[in-house]
Design a protein around this ligand. Structure first.
Ligand code: APR
Ligand code: PHB
Length: 389
């Protein structure tokens, strides 16, 4: 088998890259080790920055998003006694959309299987090879158990944190990583309950952070800060709803309860791997960086990476010019570090940890963001998405 761009991983990064390349006349093959059902059932975050919506619309995937997605004009920041709305259009002229990453992936897979480039599920033993030469290849075993070799001009490692691509880049002499593990986790639930709020609520509370999000007018997505050692079995639905009531408490308002359809505990960490390239292997998305979910940046960063990478690869493969692929890692990492900083800022401001001195600093910062237009605008610009490139 031969293709121009061999893409490892069918998450949002790999699938969108394949589509962006196809629209510019570049061939690719996407290799995914999980099944289609598995990939389409993973529950992930759900906030799309303006540029993510624009990119998805530009590649013909805006219809269901605009029909079923919910455009949001801000967020609420809450701390005891106060719930303050940051109005994004007023602060920075942009909005965000609530549309689950799972739905983005379903739309991308449907488009790919409808006449798009090959997308192979349930492959195994995927290994990029010869990435330091001009003819890299990917060795893998197909779903029927046959060994295969995919010859490529370039390989895109969009295989997430646990895939083989990041390891290969790190093995090169210039490889370096940075990591921060936060001392708390999120307990997330999905519930068949109408959201009791028009915008997402990010709440600071002495007992811990809580986030009120949603997936549709009938489905709520809620999170509670918990200790990373907590076991999900110890959290009955009732205990979760009671904790949400406590942390979101506001006079004359209450959380809407309903049947809980999913429950899990997610770790919180930051991770950055540099460079985002080794020879003819390029990393994008979670393969190169992980952010804690507080800033809602994971999916949006993946989209920004592949938008840059697609432009750079088109230039290389159609015009034979390597200037943009040579700049790719540095250009992408500048934005990655900005988003890593923003995610760290939101995480540190909102989660209860440390002593009472830390709590007073957090409350002081929250008051500042809720009273200073300059501080609010800084948050709004980062939340709705900084320019790509
Ligand atoms: N071979 C083939 N595919 C692999 C391999 C492998 N060895 N290892 C992992 N994969 C696949 C995973 O099954 C997954 O479908 O690579 C894909 C990576 O997708 P994601 O984890 O979704 O990562 P990415 O596409 O970079 O999307 C960015 O944003 O909200 C965040 O973390 C969230 O997934 C999200 C991310
Ligand atoms: C979500 O809806 O899953 C979500 C929203 C905002 C965040 C994180 C997660 O900051």
């Amino acid at each position: 088998m031969r293709t121009q761009v061999g893409i490892i991983g069918a998450g949002p990064a790999g699938l969108l890259l394949s589509r962006l390349l196809a629209l510019q006349g570049i061939d690719s093959v996407v290799l995914e080790n999980r099944s289609r059902d598995y990939v389409e059932a993973r529950i992930r975050a759900g906030i799309l920055e303006q540029h993510t919506v624009d990119t998805l619309s530009a590649v013909g995937l805006g219809d269901r998003l605009h029909r079923e997605g919910l455009e949001h004009s801000g967020i609420y920041l809450q701390y005891p006694g106060t719930r303050h709305k940051l109005d994004f259009p007023e602060l920075c002229g942009r909005t965000v959309w609530v549309y689950g990453q799972t739905e983005v992936v379903k739309d991308l897979i449907a488009a790919q299987l409808d006449g798009g480039p090959p997308l192979l599920f349930e492959v195994s033993d995927v290994q990029p090879e010869d990435v330091d030469t001009d003819s890299p290849r990917i060795r893998f075993t197909d779903a029927d158990g046959n060994p295969q070799l995919l010859e490529c001009d370039v390989i895109a490692g969009t295989d997430g944190f646990h895939g083989p691509s990041r390891t290969l880049v790190q093995e090169s002499s210039r490889g370096r990583t940075w990591e921060r593990t936060y001392p708390y986790a999120w307990l997330g639930i999905l519930a068949d309950a109408a959201p009791a709020t028009d915008e997402l609520i990010y709440a600071w509370h002495p007992e811990g952070f809580a986030l009120y999000s949603m997936r549709s007018p009938k489905v709520s997505r809620l999170y509670l800060q918990v200790d990373p050692s907590e076991k999900i079995e110890d959290w009955s639905d009732e205990r979760i709803w009671d904790a949400l009531d406590t942390r979101f408490a506001l006079d004359g308002w209450s959380v809407n309860r309903g049947p809980v359809t999913d429950k899990s505990i997610l770790p919180m960490r930051s991770f950055v791997s540099a460079p985002m390239r080794r020879g003819r292997l390029f990393l994008a998305g979670d393969a190169a960086h992980i952010v804690p979910p507080t800033g809602a940046k994971g999916l949006n960063l993946a989209v920004a990476d592949v938008t840059l990478l697609a432009t750079a690869l088109v230039r290389l493969l159609q015009e034979g010019r390597s200037d943009l692929v040579d700049a790719y890692s540095d250009t992408a990492l500048r934005r990655v570090w900005r988003c890593t900083h923003f995610s760290w800022f939101m995480t540190s401001m909102l989660h209860r940890s440390g002593d009472d001195f830390d709590a007073q600093l957090q409350l002081s910062q929250l008051e500042r963001v809720c009273s200073s237009e300059a501080a609010a605008r800084e948050l709004a610009e980062n939340y709705t998405g900084l320019p790509i490139g």
